[in-house]
Design a protein around this ligand. Structure first.
Ligand SMILES: Nc1ncnc2c1ncn2[C@@H]1O[C@H](COP(=O)(O)OP(=O)(O)O)[C@@H](O)[C@H]1O
Ligand SMILES: [Mg+2]
Length: 340
């Protein structure tokens, strides 16, 4: 019998029932991840239904009742444009009795808060930057325990939203001003972390019980001034002209010595398990010149588009894109069978 997949994703607006998504899927910059996953699912001969969510959860309940999917392919990253409500969408799906691909609600909860996940990682002796969290409406100061320079980030954002060269601060006035910017202009809580100088690596992992660490990717900063902080700002990630101007590139990491590779694999496996991650994930790491590996951020629901880091790393490991997508579906179906 053909496996019936309900692919659920977020859009910044509502659409009528039985909408055909022709406009969204025709736009190469729009729903590119959804497009890639959709094509891969069709190629794998699944029966595929699509559903978008904006600010109303009822279409999900209706679709599950009417379509009776064998599995939900969850690509929701926001609900009502709010990043940290992705966990609430996953939690609702978990109540519907249908296996769901990717991260559980609890992993999303633990990983979305850049402070909370670091507390857990530290307990498990995974290196993380020293940090302090600052909530809106509460006192803000420069803690003595933090060494400057620091990076100031939104506590619960993704995709480097709110991160620019100005996020790195090296005096008290800059520290306080940047936190005020996140509180007041972005209306978000903030985290200040000590700045970790080093290589910027992206390491993807797949698996539930047996974990497979995929070949590391790296961002390098080309001709950017040595005095400038070399970090993956919003522009460094998404602005093609800016990337070209400075020679910023993402590519497979060269020259990782075997000892360092083993250490990276050990860190990623421990972090994956400590944070209840399953299915697939990507760790943003920094490796210092002394060979210390810091987890900057665990991504329990990383981008799974064909051109993004995880799928590129999988391909390098011999896993084609359609087979990656099938693996993710099969993980969910297997979890369901194990639960029965
Ligand atoms: N403590 C840190 N030290 C050095 N660089 C950092 C630190 N925290 C973040 N960065 C830089 O900022 C980028 C984005 O930070 P991250 O926490 O991964 O946020 P996002 O969820 O938006 O991707 C990182 O990839 C890294 O280049
Ligand atoms: Mg990141």
């Amino acid at each position: 019998m053909t496996t019936r997949v309900l692919m659920v994703f977020d859009l910044p607006y509502s659409v009528p029932a039985n909408y055909d998504f022709a406009t969204e899927f025709a736009d190469p910059d729009g729903s590119y991840t959804e497009n890639d996953v959709y094509k891969a699912l069709l190629e794998s001969d699944y029966e595929v239904h699509r559903l978008s969510l904006f600010n109303d959860i009822r279409p999900l309940l209706d679709a599950v009742r009417d379509i009776k999917p064998d599995v939900i392919f969850n690509l929701c990253e926001t609900f009502n444009l709010t990043t940290h409500w992705d966990k609430n969408v996953a939690a609702t799906m978990e109540l519907l009795g249908v296996p769901v691909t990717g991260a559980s609600a609890s992993a999303l909860f633990l990983c979305n808060d850049k402070g909370l996940c670091k507390k857990i990682l530290r307990f498990h002796r995974v290196r993380v930057a020293r940090f302090h969290t600052f909530y809106r409406g509460h006192k803000v100061w420069l803690p003595k325990a933090l060494k400057l320079p620091c990076i100031i980030k939104p506590l619960t954002e993704e995709a480097s939203r709110g991160i620019s060269q100005a996020s790195i601060v090296d005096d008290e006035a800059g520290f306080l001003a940047r936190i005020a910017m996140i509180h007041e202009r972005m209306n978000l809580d903030a985290i200040a972390e000590e700045y970790i100088d080093g290589r910027e690596l992206y390491v993807s992992v797949i698996g539930d019980r047996a974990l497979r660490i995929l070949p590391a990717r790296e961002m390098t900063f080309g001709q950017m001034d040595e005095d400038e902080p070399r970090i993956a700002t919003y522009k460094a990630k998404w602005d093609d002209n800016y990337r070209k101007r400075w020679g910023i590139k993402n590519h497979f990491a060269k020259t990782i010595e075997p000892d360092l590779q083993n250490h990276i694999e050990d860190v990623c496996k421990r972090a994956y398990r400590a944070l209840h991650i399953r299915s697939y994930a990507r760790f943003d790491l920094r490796v210092t010149s002394a060979g210390n590996v810091y987890v900057i951020e665990p991504n329990a629901n990383p981008c799974i588009a064909k051109d993004d880091e995880l799928a590129q790393s999988a391909l390098k490991a011999g896993i084609s894109y359609p087979s990656l997508i099938r693996k993710v579906v099969n993980q969910a179906l297997r979890r369901k069978n194990e639960a029965e």
